[in-house]
Design a protein around this ligand. Structure first.
Ligand code: NAD
Ligand code: TYD
Length: 337
Protein backbone atom coordinates (compact mmCIF):
# COMPACT_ATOMS: atom_id res chain seq x y z
CA UNK A 1 0.00 0.00 0.00
CA UNK A 2 1.22 3.51 -0.75
CA UNK A 3 0.42 6.36 1.64
CA UNK A 4 0.65 10.08 1.06
CA UNK A 5 1.31 11.74 4.41
CA UNK A 6 0.96 15.53 4.33
CA UNK A 7 2.75 17.58 6.98
CA UNK A 8 4.99 14.62 7.83
CA UNK A 9 7.86 16.87 8.89
CA UNK A 10 5.80 18.33 11.74
CA UNK A 11 5.23 17.00 15.24
CA UNK A 12 2.45 14.42 14.84
CA UNK A 13 3.23 13.68 11.18
CA UNK A 14 6.83 12.65 11.90
CA UNK A 15 5.75 10.50 14.86
CA UNK A 16 3.15 8.93 12.57
CA UNK A 17 5.69 8.11 9.84
CA UNK A 18 7.93 6.33 12.39
CA UNK A 19 4.92 4.52 13.82
CA UNK A 20 3.67 3.42 10.38
CA UNK A 21 7.01 2.20 9.02
CA UNK A 22 7.52 0.18 12.21
CA UNK A 23 4.07 -1.37 12.17
CA UNK A 24 3.57 -1.69 8.39
CA UNK A 25 7.12 -2.23 7.09
CA UNK A 26 6.01 -3.23 3.56
CA UNK A 27 4.07 -0.02 2.89
CA UNK A 28 5.51 2.97 1.06
CA UNK A 29 5.20 6.51 2.37
CA UNK A 30 5.48 9.78 0.47
CA UNK A 31 5.76 12.79 2.76
CA UNK A 32 4.56 16.08 1.22
CA UNK A 33 5.56 19.07 3.33
CA UNK A 34 6.55 22.61 2.44
CA UNK A 35 8.71 22.96 5.58
CA UNK A 36 7.17 25.94 7.32
CA UNK A 37 8.72 27.06 10.61
CA UNK A 38 7.10 23.92 12.14
CA UNK A 39 8.39 21.45 9.55
CA UNK A 40 11.77 19.94 10.30
CA UNK A 41 13.45 17.17 8.30
CA UNK A 42 15.77 16.53 11.25
CA UNK A 43 12.78 14.80 12.84
CA UNK A 44 13.03 12.12 10.13
CA UNK A 45 16.79 11.82 9.85
CA UNK A 46 16.98 8.19 10.94
CA UNK A 47 14.68 7.02 8.14
CA UNK A 48 15.77 9.37 5.36
CA UNK A 49 17.43 6.48 3.49
CA UNK A 50 14.67 3.96 4.08
CA UNK A 51 13.64 2.67 0.61
CA UNK A 52 9.98 2.74 1.71
CA UNK A 53 10.11 6.48 2.47
CA UNK A 54 10.32 9.51 0.15
CA UNK A 55 10.14 13.22 0.92
CA UNK A 56 8.67 15.78 -1.50
CA UNK A 57 9.02 19.45 -0.66
CA UNK A 58 5.77 21.02 -1.78
CA UNK A 59 2.76 23.03 -0.80
CA UNK A 60 -0.67 21.44 -0.38
CA UNK A 61 -2.17 24.61 -1.90
CA UNK A 62 -0.21 24.07 -5.13
CA UNK A 63 -2.03 21.86 -7.65
CA UNK A 64 1.19 20.74 -9.40
CA UNK A 65 2.90 19.77 -6.13
CA UNK A 66 -0.16 17.88 -4.95
CA UNK A 67 -0.72 16.12 -8.30
CA UNK A 68 2.90 14.92 -8.37
CA UNK A 69 2.75 13.67 -4.77
CA UNK A 70 -0.58 11.88 -5.34
CA UNK A 71 0.86 9.57 -8.05
CA UNK A 72 -0.18 5.92 -7.40
CA UNK A 73 -1.32 6.73 -3.86
CA UNK A 74 -3.84 4.43 -2.13
CA UNK A 75 -4.36 6.29 1.15
CA UNK A 76 -3.94 9.96 2.08
CA UNK A 77 -3.27 10.84 5.72
CA UNK A 78 -3.70 14.59 5.95
CA UNK A 79 -1.85 16.31 8.81
CA UNK A 80 -0.49 19.42 7.04
CA UNK A 81 -1.87 22.57 8.63
CA UNK A 82 -1.01 25.70 10.46
CA UNK A 83 -1.57 24.38 13.96
CA UNK A 84 -0.97 27.01 16.64
CA UNK A 85 -3.87 29.06 18.05
CA UNK A 86 -1.69 32.01 19.15
CA UNK A 87 -0.22 32.35 15.65
CA UNK A 88 -3.73 32.25 14.18
CA UNK A 89 -4.63 35.23 16.35
CA UNK A 90 -1.57 37.14 15.08
CA UNK A 91 -1.94 36.19 11.37
CA UNK A 92 -5.10 34.35 10.32
CA UNK A 93 -4.66 34.48 6.50
CA UNK A 94 -2.08 31.70 6.23
CA UNK A 95 -4.45 29.49 8.27
CA UNK A 96 -7.19 29.99 5.69
CA UNK A 97 -4.76 29.20 2.88
CA UNK A 98 -3.16 26.05 4.25
CA UNK A 99 -6.01 24.63 6.31
CA UNK A 100 -8.93 25.39 3.98
CA UNK A 101 -7.59 25.94 0.45
CA UNK A 102 -4.86 23.33 0.98
CA UNK A 103 -7.36 20.72 2.13
CA UNK A 104 -9.64 21.42 -0.83
CA UNK A 105 -6.70 21.16 -3.27
CA UNK A 106 -5.79 17.78 -1.80
CA UNK A 107 -9.39 16.56 -1.90
CA UNK A 108 -9.61 17.35 -5.63
CA UNK A 109 -6.40 15.47 -6.35
CA UNK A 110 -7.48 12.52 -4.18
CA UNK A 111 -10.72 12.32 -6.12
CA UNK A 112 -8.87 12.26 -9.47
CA UNK A 113 -6.48 9.62 -8.14
CA UNK A 114 -9.47 7.54 -6.90
CA UNK A 115 -7.76 6.90 -3.57
CA UNK A 116 -9.14 4.13 -1.37
CA UNK A 117 -9.19 6.41 1.66
CA UNK A 118 -8.69 10.06 2.54
CA UNK A 119 -8.07 10.31 6.27
CA UNK A 120 -8.30 13.81 7.71
CA UNK A 121 -6.71 14.79 11.03
CA UNK A 122 -8.78 17.31 12.93
CA UNK A 123 -9.13 18.67 16.43
CA UNK A 124 -11.48 18.84 19.41
CA UNK A 125 -11.24 22.64 19.08
CA UNK A 126 -13.86 22.65 16.29
CA UNK A 127 -16.47 21.94 18.99
CA UNK A 128 -15.67 25.14 20.89
CA UNK A 129 -15.31 25.18 24.65
CA UNK A 130 -16.81 23.38 27.67
CA UNK A 131 -17.60 24.85 31.08
CA UNK A 132 -15.24 24.19 33.96
CA UNK A 133 -18.04 23.30 36.37
CA UNK A 134 -19.41 20.34 34.35
CA UNK A 135 -18.26 16.82 33.50
CA UNK A 136 -19.57 17.29 29.96
CA UNK A 137 -17.41 16.04 27.08
CA UNK A 138 -17.31 16.56 23.33
CA UNK A 139 -18.44 13.68 21.14
CA UNK A 140 -19.00 13.07 17.43
CA UNK A 141 -22.50 14.56 17.89
CA UNK A 142 -21.40 17.84 19.44
CA UNK A 143 -22.31 20.90 17.37
CA UNK A 144 -19.48 22.76 15.66
CA UNK A 145 -18.66 26.02 17.47
CA UNK A 146 -15.09 27.08 16.61
CA UNK A 147 -13.90 30.20 18.42
CA UNK A 148 -10.38 30.95 17.15
CA UNK A 149 -9.15 31.53 13.58
CA UNK A 150 -7.28 28.20 13.90
CA UNK A 151 -10.32 26.17 14.95
CA UNK A 152 -12.55 27.99 12.42
CA UNK A 153 -10.26 26.91 9.57
CA UNK A 154 -10.06 23.33 10.90
CA UNK A 155 -13.87 23.28 11.10
CA UNK A 156 -14.06 24.48 7.50
CA UNK A 157 -11.69 21.73 6.43
CA UNK A 158 -13.80 19.07 8.21
CA UNK A 159 -16.89 20.33 6.40
CA UNK A 160 -15.10 20.18 3.04
CA UNK A 161 -13.93 16.62 3.71
CA UNK A 162 -17.50 15.51 4.54
CA UNK A 163 -18.87 17.42 1.54
CA UNK A 164 -16.48 15.58 -0.81
CA UNK A 165 -17.75 12.29 0.59
CA UNK A 166 -21.42 13.19 0.26
CA UNK A 167 -21.20 15.03 -3.07
CA UNK A 168 -18.54 13.05 -4.94
CA UNK A 169 -18.35 9.78 -3.03
CA UNK A 170 -14.73 10.24 -1.88
CA UNK A 171 -14.05 7.57 0.77
CA UNK A 172 -13.15 9.71 3.77
CA UNK A 173 -12.69 9.28 7.52
CA UNK A 174 -11.99 11.98 10.11
CA UNK A 175 -10.43 11.85 13.57
CA UNK A 176 -10.92 14.80 15.94
CA UNK A 177 -8.33 14.50 18.65
CA UNK A 178 -7.35 16.37 21.79
CA UNK A 179 -4.02 18.05 22.66
CA UNK A 180 -1.09 15.78 21.81
CA UNK A 181 2.27 15.76 23.58
CA UNK A 182 5.52 13.88 23.00
CA UNK A 183 8.84 14.01 21.12
CA UNK A 184 9.39 16.52 18.29
CA UNK A 185 6.61 18.86 19.42
CA UNK A 186 7.45 22.40 18.40
CA UNK A 187 8.29 24.44 21.54
CA UNK A 188 5.53 26.99 21.02
CA UNK A 189 2.87 24.68 22.52
CA UNK A 190 2.44 24.60 26.30
CA UNK A 191 4.26 21.38 27.30
CA UNK A 192 7.42 21.73 25.15
CA UNK A 193 7.48 25.51 25.76
CA UNK A 194 7.42 24.96 29.53
CA UNK A 195 10.10 22.24 29.40
CA UNK A 196 12.49 24.15 27.15
CA UNK A 197 12.02 27.50 28.93
CA UNK A 198 12.74 25.84 32.27
CA UNK A 199 15.78 24.03 30.87
CA UNK A 200 17.10 27.43 29.76
CA UNK A 201 16.38 28.95 33.19
CA UNK A 202 13.51 31.09 31.83
CA UNK A 203 10.03 31.52 33.25
CA UNK A 204 6.88 29.84 31.91
CA UNK A 205 4.14 32.20 30.68
CA UNK A 206 0.81 31.15 32.22
CA UNK A 207 -2.24 32.64 30.52
CA UNK A 208 -4.84 34.08 32.89
CA UNK A 209 -5.10 32.03 36.09
CA UNK A 210 -3.93 28.78 34.49
CA UNK A 211 -7.24 27.09 35.30
CA UNK A 212 -7.99 26.05 31.70
CA UNK A 213 -8.27 22.31 31.10
CA UNK A 214 -6.95 20.30 28.16
CA UNK A 215 -7.38 16.57 27.45
CA UNK A 216 -3.79 15.37 27.01
CA UNK A 217 -3.10 12.55 24.54
CA UNK A 218 0.31 10.92 24.10
CA UNK A 219 1.21 11.18 20.41
CA UNK A 220 1.74 7.42 19.92
CA UNK A 221 -1.78 6.70 21.20
CA UNK A 222 -3.00 9.14 18.55
CA UNK A 223 -0.99 7.38 15.81
CA UNK A 224 -2.51 4.03 16.86
CA UNK A 225 -5.99 5.54 16.67
CA UNK A 226 -5.35 6.75 13.11
CA UNK A 227 -4.09 3.27 12.16
CA UNK A 228 -7.22 1.62 13.57
CA UNK A 229 -9.49 4.07 11.74
CA UNK A 230 -7.68 3.62 8.42
CA UNK A 231 -7.81 -0.15 8.71
CA UNK A 232 -11.15 -0.77 10.42
CA UNK A 233 -13.05 2.53 10.40
CA UNK A 234 -16.22 3.02 8.42
CA UNK A 235 -16.07 5.32 5.41
CA UNK A 236 -17.86 8.64 5.99
CA UNK A 237 -17.47 8.37 9.78
CA UNK A 238 -15.83 10.63 12.35
CA UNK A 239 -14.10 9.35 15.48
CA UNK A 240 -13.20 11.40 18.57
CA UNK A 241 -9.85 10.58 20.17
CA UNK A 242 -8.72 11.65 23.65
CA UNK A 243 -6.43 10.74 26.51
CA UNK A 244 -7.19 9.00 29.78
CA UNK A 245 -6.38 10.71 33.06
CA UNK A 246 -7.83 12.87 35.79
CA UNK A 247 -8.65 16.33 34.49
CA UNK A 248 -5.62 18.60 34.83
CA UNK A 249 -5.52 22.34 34.37
CA UNK A 250 -2.57 24.17 32.82
CA UNK A 251 -1.21 25.08 36.23
CA UNK A 252 -1.25 21.40 37.32
CA UNK A 253 0.59 20.41 34.13
CA UNK A 254 3.28 23.07 34.48
CA UNK A 255 3.74 22.26 38.19
CA UNK A 256 4.34 18.61 37.25
CA UNK A 257 7.00 19.67 34.73
CA UNK A 258 8.60 21.95 37.33
CA UNK A 259 8.67 19.00 39.76
CA UNK A 260 10.24 16.67 37.17
CA UNK A 261 12.97 19.22 36.42
CA UNK A 262 13.60 20.10 40.08
CA UNK A 263 12.81 23.79 39.45
CA UNK A 264 10.88 26.30 41.57
CA UNK A 265 7.22 27.29 41.16
CA UNK A 266 8.34 30.92 41.18
CA UNK A 267 9.28 30.25 37.53
CA UNK A 268 5.59 30.51 36.64
CA UNK A 269 4.85 33.96 35.27
CA UNK A 270 1.17 34.88 35.05
CA UNK A 271 0.58 36.85 31.86
CA UNK A 272 -2.37 38.43 30.09
CA UNK A 273 -4.85 35.83 28.92
CA UNK A 274 -5.21 34.69 25.29
CA UNK A 275 -8.15 36.46 23.59
CA UNK A 276 -11.16 34.11 23.23
CA UNK A 277 -9.34 31.48 25.31
CA UNK A 278 -11.25 28.17 25.30
CA UNK A 279 -11.67 27.17 28.93
CA UNK A 280 -12.00 23.41 28.83
CA UNK A 281 -11.73 20.55 26.33
CA UNK A 282 -12.61 16.92 27.08
CA UNK A 283 -13.18 14.10 24.61
CA UNK A 284 -15.60 11.21 24.84
CA UNK A 285 -13.85 8.41 22.94
CA UNK A 286 -16.57 5.78 23.49
CA UNK A 287 -17.30 5.40 19.77
CA UNK A 288 -13.76 4.50 18.65
CA UNK A 289 -13.49 2.21 21.70
CA UNK A 290 -16.79 0.37 21.18
CA UNK A 291 -16.64 0.15 17.37
CA UNK A 292 -12.91 -0.29 16.74
CA UNK A 293 -11.46 -1.45 20.07
CA UNK A 294 -9.08 1.52 20.52
CA UNK A 295 -8.28 3.08 23.85
CA UNK A 296 -5.39 5.24 25.02
CA UNK A 297 -2.73 3.16 26.76
CA UNK A 298 -0.14 5.75 27.79
CA UNK A 299 -0.42 7.14 31.29
CA UNK A 300 -0.03 10.94 31.49
CA UNK A 301 2.46 11.15 34.39
CA UNK A 302 4.78 8.44 33.05
CA UNK A 303 4.78 9.78 29.49
CA UNK A 304 5.11 13.37 30.60
CA UNK A 305 8.26 12.22 32.39
CA UNK A 306 9.48 10.46 29.22
CA UNK A 307 8.71 13.58 27.19
CA UNK A 308 10.69 15.72 29.63
CA UNK A 309 13.58 13.23 29.32
CA UNK A 310 13.36 13.39 25.52
CA UNK A 311 13.72 17.20 25.57
CA UNK A 312 16.59 16.90 28.07
CA UNK A 313 18.45 14.51 25.77
CA UNK A 314 17.68 16.34 22.53
CA UNK A 315 18.77 19.84 23.40
CA UNK A 316 20.47 20.36 20.03
CA UNK A 317 17.16 19.70 18.28
CA UNK A 318 15.15 22.30 20.17
CA UNK A 319 17.96 24.84 20.49
CA UNK A 320 18.22 24.92 16.68
CA UNK A 321 14.45 25.12 16.38
CA UNK A 322 14.31 28.00 18.88
CA UNK A 323 16.70 30.19 16.91
CA UNK A 324 15.81 32.49 14.00
CA UNK A 325 12.11 32.98 13.28
CA UNK A 326 11.14 31.61 16.70
CA UNK A 327 12.81 34.49 18.55
CA UNK A 328 10.89 37.05 16.55
CA UNK A 329 7.60 35.21 17.11
CA UNK A 330 8.26 34.87 20.86
CA UNK A 331 9.00 38.58 21.21
CA UNK A 332 5.86 39.55 19.29
CA UNK A 333 3.54 37.22 21.18
CA UNK A 334 4.78 37.61 24.73
CA UNK A 335 6.18 41.16 24.74
CA UNK A 336 2.86 42.91 25.36
CA UNK A 337 1.75 40.51 28.10
P1 NAD B 1 2.84 21.04 13.28
O1 NAD B 1 2.59 22.49 13.22
O2 NAD B 1 3.89 20.49 14.18
O3 NAD B 1 3.19 20.49 11.81
C1 NAD B 1 2.49 20.89 10.67
C2 NAD B 1 3.27 20.43 9.45
O4 NAD B 1 2.52 20.78 8.29
C3 NAD B 1 4.65 21.09 9.33
O5 NAD B 1 5.61 20.12 8.98
C4 NAD B 1 4.46 22.10 8.19
O6 NAD B 1 5.65 22.34 7.47
C5 NAD B 1 3.40 21.39 7.35
N1 NAD B 1 2.61 22.35 6.55
C6 NAD B 1 1.94 23.45 6.99
N2 NAD B 1 1.37 24.09 5.95
C7 NAD B 1 1.67 23.36 4.83
C8 NAD B 1 1.37 23.51 3.45
N3 NAD B 1 0.65 24.55 3.00
N4 NAD B 1 1.83 22.59 2.59
C9 NAD B 1 2.58 21.53 3.03
N5 NAD B 1 2.90 21.35 4.33
C10 NAD B 1 2.45 22.26 5.22
O7 NAD B 1 1.41 20.39 13.58
P2 NAD B 1 1.03 19.10 14.44
O8 NAD B 1 0.94 19.49 15.86
O9 NAD B 1 1.89 17.97 14.04
O10 NAD B 1 -0.46 18.88 13.93
C11 NAD B 1 -0.71 18.03 12.81
C12 NAD B 1 -2.21 18.01 12.54
O11 NAD B 1 -2.90 17.57 13.70
C13 NAD B 1 -2.79 19.38 12.19
O12 NAD B 1 -3.75 19.20 11.19
C14 NAD B 1 -3.45 19.84 13.48
O13 NAD B 1 -4.54 20.70 13.23
C15 NAD B 1 -3.91 18.51 14.06
N6 NAD B 1 -4.03 18.48 15.53
C16 NAD B 1 -2.94 18.73 16.31
C17 NAD B 1 -3.07 18.67 17.69
C18 NAD B 1 -1.88 18.89 18.60
O14 NAD B 1 -2.05 18.80 19.82
N7 NAD B 1 -0.68 19.13 18.09
C19 NAD B 1 -4.31 18.37 18.27
C20 NAD B 1 -5.40 18.15 17.43
C21 NAD B 1 -5.24 18.19 16.06
P1 TYD C 1 -1.44 25.19 23.43
O1 TYD C 1 -0.34 24.21 23.69
O2 TYD C 1 -1.15 26.42 22.65
O3 TYD C 1 -2.63 24.34 22.78
P2 TYD C 1 -4.17 24.78 22.49
O4 TYD C 1 -4.32 26.23 22.66
O5 TYD C 1 -4.35 24.37 21.07
O6 TYD C 1 -4.98 23.97 23.45
O7 TYD C 1 -2.01 25.65 24.84
C1 TYD C 1 -2.47 24.71 25.79
C2 TYD C 1 -3.03 25.50 26.95
O8 TYD C 1 -1.96 26.21 27.60
C3 TYD C 1 -4.02 26.58 26.54
O9 TYD C 1 -5.04 26.66 27.53
C4 TYD C 1 -3.21 27.86 26.51
C5 TYD C 1 -2.17 27.63 27.61
N1 TYD C 1 -0.88 28.28 27.39
C6 TYD C 1 -0.31 29.06 28.42
O10 TYD C 1 -0.88 29.23 29.52
N2 TYD C 1 0.90 29.63 28.19
C7 TYD C 1 1.58 29.50 27.01
O11 TYD C 1 2.68 30.09 26.85
C8 TYD C 1 1.00 28.68 25.98
C9 TYD C 1 1.70 28.48 24.68
C10 TYD C 1 -0.22 28.08 26.22
Amino acid sequence: MKLLVTGGAGFIGSNFIYYWLKNHPDDDIVNLDNLTYAGNLENLRSIQNNPHYRFIKGDICNVDDVTAAMHAVDVVVHFAAESHVDRSILSPSIFVMSNVVGTQTLLDAALKQKVKRFHHISTDEVYGTLRLDTREKFSENSPYNPRSPYSATKAASDHLVRAYHITYGLPVTITNCSNNFGPFQFPEKLIPLAITNLLEGKSVPMYGRGDQVRDWLYVEDHCRAIDVVINKGEVGETYCVGGQHEELNNLDVVKKIIGLLGKKESKIKYVKDRPGHDVRYAMDWTKIHMKLGWKPKYDFDKWLEKTVEWFQSNQEWWKRVRSGEYQEYYQTLYAGR
